[in-house]
Design a binder for this molecule. Structure first.
Ligand SMILES: C[S@@+](CC[C@H](N)C(=O)[O-])C[C@H]1O[C@@H](n2cnc3c(N)ncnc32)[C@H](O)[C@@H]1O
Length: 216
């Protein structure tokens, strides 16, 4: 993001989530002005979930930083009972307006604060691009809070872009991850069970899909 946009939105290291509300409150249901809005499920996620169907009926899923809501709707169509949250209230209202007939529970909540009521509650957790949307100093907290949501034997799917350069506040957003994120999730009781990477990337050097499972 260029300096001018950063200043206009008020991207600050110590108020790392305020600018999301400003961005979504200026947007409408078409997602215009939201840089990451595909208005469709993330293509790598969609391709993976459709190759792994029919195991989800009645299972619970949680979408982290759900944005415009399309990934949550994809999970619902695959048979999951879905909760999806975002720090921006306007994003949540846009999801509800876009998908009035969906049974997905769209909720405003802040991942940085942690949500103890949801700890170990979800069979499947989906994280796409939320960690990289916050300054590097929050990475460990975010990874811990995301991991906490995964039930015993539950799974977490992470889609992220990576870079080899050191992460620094001055260089984002986005603050693309380094590959050490896999070890960080593993140190929270999860084990990597599948990994797919590609040099096709929008922002960084590679796109990664990593599936983790909580060890019983
Ligand atoms: C880069 S966007 C990605 C959105 C969506 N996952 C996607 O792939 O289209 C990051 C999202 O995370 C949300 N977000 C940022 N910080 C958050 C926090 N602390 N808790 C919950 N959501 C957060 C933002 O509002 C935004 O919708």
């Amino acid at each position: 993001m260029d300096e001018k946009t950063k200043n206009r939105l008020g991207v600050e290291e110590n108020k790392p989530t305020d600018w999301f509300e400003k961005l979504y409150s200026e947007a409408n249901e078409d997602g215009e002005g939201i840089p990451w809005a595909n208005m469709a499920p993330h293509p790598v996620f969609k391709s993976w979930i459709r190759k792994n169907p029919n195991t989800h009926k009645g299972k619970t899923a949680l979408v982290i930083g759900c944005g415009m809501g399309d990934d949550a709707i994809e999970l619902e169509s695959q048979g999951f009972k879905v909760t999806a949250f975002d720090v921006s209230n306007s994003a949540i209202e846009l999801c509800k307006t876009r998908f009035p007939n969906s049974k997905v529970e769209f909720i405003q909540s802040d991942l940085l604060k942690g949500i103890p009521d949801w700890n170990r509650k979800f069979d499947f957790v989906l994280e796409i691009y939320t960690i990289q949307a916050l300054p590097p100093k929050y990475e460990k907290t975010l990874i811990k809070h995301i991991s906490d949501f995964v039930a015993d034997k539950g799974k977490l799917l992470v889609i992220t872009e990576t870079q080899q350069d050191k992460r620094a506040f001055e260089n984002g957003p986005p603050w693309l991850l380094n590959q050490e994120y896999i070890k960080s999730f593993e140190s929270c009781g999860l084990k990597q069970i599948f990994h797919l990477s590609s040099t096709e990337a929008e922002m960084g050097e590679a796109t990664h899909l990593t599936l983790f499972q909580r060890q019983a």
